[in-house]
Each structure stands twice: as structure tokens, then as C-alpha cells.
Design a binder for this molecule. Sequence first.
Ligand code: PLP
Length: 425
Amino acid sequence: MSNKIETKCIIEGWKPGNGEPRQLPIYQSTTFNYKNSEEMGKLFALEAEGYFYTRLQNPTNDAVADKICSLEGGAAAMLTSSGQAANFYAIFNICEVGDHFIASTSIYGGTYNLFNVTMRKMGIECTFVDQNLSEEELDKYFKPNTKALFGETITNPTVKIFDIEKFAKVAHNHGVPLIVDNTFATPVNCRPFEWGADIVTHSTTKYMDGHGVGVGGCIVDSGNFDWLAHADSFPGLTTPDESYHGIIYAEKFGKGAYITKATAQLMRDLGAIQSPQNAFYLNVGLETLPIRVERHCSNGLKIAKYLENNDNVAWVNYPDLPSNADYELALKYLPNGSCGVISFGLKGDRERSIKFMDSLKIISIATHVADSRTCLLHPASHTHRQLSEKQLIEAGVAPDLIRLSVGIENVNDLIGDLELSFRGL
Ligand SMILES: *Cc1c(COP(=O)(O)O)cnc(C)c1O
């Protein structure tokens, strides 16, 4: 019988033996000790499992990756230094110069830049699509060199819900994997593999860490995508790796092929590792993830309803509100609630929004989202300040949009804070 997620968050990952520390130790060491060169040599040849250099693997990081792997129901996982590194590796592990992939337009701005600017410079082309398109319409964007499809379970900051089943079907019809960034939902609220996704990524910086203490990322592979069945499309996994003694990852490592390749090649060469210290903090955060997520969602829904009924508010976007365009999708994929992020707009001009935000006492203005402290941000005045109104609308960010990330404080205190600011307008 498999354990429920609350239990997994506590017992998975680090499994101490007799006399070993009960809490996950921080292996604060660059290198690992071996008695003879024979044993060490096997590690370098990927013929034996073990640790030799923290850029490739570290026991603290592996324990935390194993926990996240178990939460997602995956086959293998690895930590990265950030969510950006996770999404870059997830694509770059199967795409090279001359390849193409497809992503939803409604993704996090940092990921959009990575795909649209930086990866384009590397000769990898991304086409962005409206995630509401039908299967037939999506089919038209595939080319012979398309290698992956990408979306976010709950989009940041527009909190739209990605129809994972629809995209999985389209991806698989074209012989490519579906990669889903599950940062906002977390495996507590949605496990994309159960809906057909092949690879999941996370910015663990958000709810997983939960306290805003460490930047980090994670990639989890379901092990379900059959690379050998599409061998021509994925030569990196299905032909010999000359930089590793001619190993063919998909043949030698089966369900672990994708993560082994990402570790052995990308981490070896690019080195975006998470520090063991940060992995330790992440693990502490994961222990309470289900309790926190429940509170983020219940606070989020109460505040969304409060805003919806407030005369100062022009519009509210929160997927758990029955009035929301994605409500049905939210019920399907996130029946226990979506997340704590709400976007809304105030009636009146930009100055009125700024006055409202500046008079809040508990709720702070911060670029962060998805941690225990409630904060908000006005992209038009902050993160997207350089854009004109027209450019803002093109980027999917309404000029009056305020992104509110609801934390785990007492919800009545938060509503009281909002109420006082509204009265001062
Ligand atoms: C924050 C975020 C990222 C980037 O993560 P970092 O840890 O900041 O590098 C990627 N995807 C989503 C959905 C995010 O919210």
C-alpha cells in the first residue's frame, strides 16, 4: 500500500540506519573518499553508483530529490540551483541546435525570456501557443524537428489552469514528451504524471521551500516516455555518448535514462547544482508542505471571495472562484484547491492602486510569490515598469493587475489589512 502525501513528505528521502542522524545531514563536502583507484574508476565510467564530486551528486541533494520524486510519483529526479536551471536543463536535455519545441504563452516571465531569447541564441527555436487552443489547432504548430511541449499547471502570474490531459494527448500523438512546470500547484494539489505528463519541473524557491530562504529547482522524470520508440528524434538518449565511453542512456538506464543523462552531461558540463545547505532547508520546508498548501488555499479562497464582493475591485482572477473562466479545469486538476496566488484589479487609475498598496501594514510589497508571508506586486509599476500599456497587454499583464500572494497568516488579519487600505482610498 502506498502512503499518502502527508506521510511521504516526512518519511521519504533520507532513510537513516542504526546510529545515523534522524534529521537529514548536510554533506558539506566537495568530494568523497575511496580506498582504491579501481572503485573510483567504476564511478567515473558510470559502472557503479556512488558519490565522487558534489557537482555531479551529493547525498543530501539526492535524499531531497528522492523525496520530491516520490511526491510526484516519478521514476528519477535531480535538484538544480534554481527553477530557471531546471527548466533550461529539462528542455536542453532533449533539444539541440536546429531543434524546435512548443510552449504555452502563459508561462512565467523568466521562463519566457529563457525560451524566447537565450535558447533562441543557442539555435533552439520555441513557438508560443495560446493554451486554450483545441487539439486540432495545436497540431498545426508541430514540425518534423519539434522535440517537446511545455506548460505550467497553474501559470505565474495569470493563474490559468493548463489542460494537462489535452496537451499530453497532443504531445504523444506527435511522439514528443510533455514537460509541466508544477511550481504553483505542488504535488500536494496536482501530480501531472497522473494526467499523462512525462517530465515535471519545479522552482522549489516557492511553496516547496515555503519560507523564502533558498533558491532552488528540481526535475522529475516519470520514466514513462519511450525514447527508444522515437529513437531518431532523441539521439542524445538513444545513440552512444562519446563523452561517456559510448554509453547509450536509454538502453543502459531504462526509466532513469533522462535524469542520468541530465546529471552526467548537463550537470557535469554546466554545473547548476543546488548547495547541500539549501537542499537541507528545502527538506525542512517539504515536511510541512501539505499543511501550508492547505492554508494557502483556504486563505486564498476567502480573500478572493472578499475581493470579489468589494466595490473598489474591478475584477478578480482566482481559479477556485466559480465565476472564473478556468473553474472547471481547476475542479478537474486541482480538486483540493489551486494555490495562494490571486490577481485582481482596482477601479480607478494607477495612483489609486499605488496608494492602496502603500497603505497596507501586514501585507508587504515584494517580488516574491508563494511563501508563508503575504505579499503583493503591481507588475506595471514594478517588474514590468519598462513596458508601455500596449506592451503590457501583449505580455498578458493588464496595466491594473495586482498580484497578491496569500500567505499562511490569520486570514481575518489579512482581510482587516485590506479593508483598512480600501477605507483610506
Ligand atoms: C519562479 C518560477 C520559476 C523560476 O524559478 P527560480 O527558482 O526563481 O529560478 C520558474 N517557473 C515558475 C512557475 C516560477 O514561478
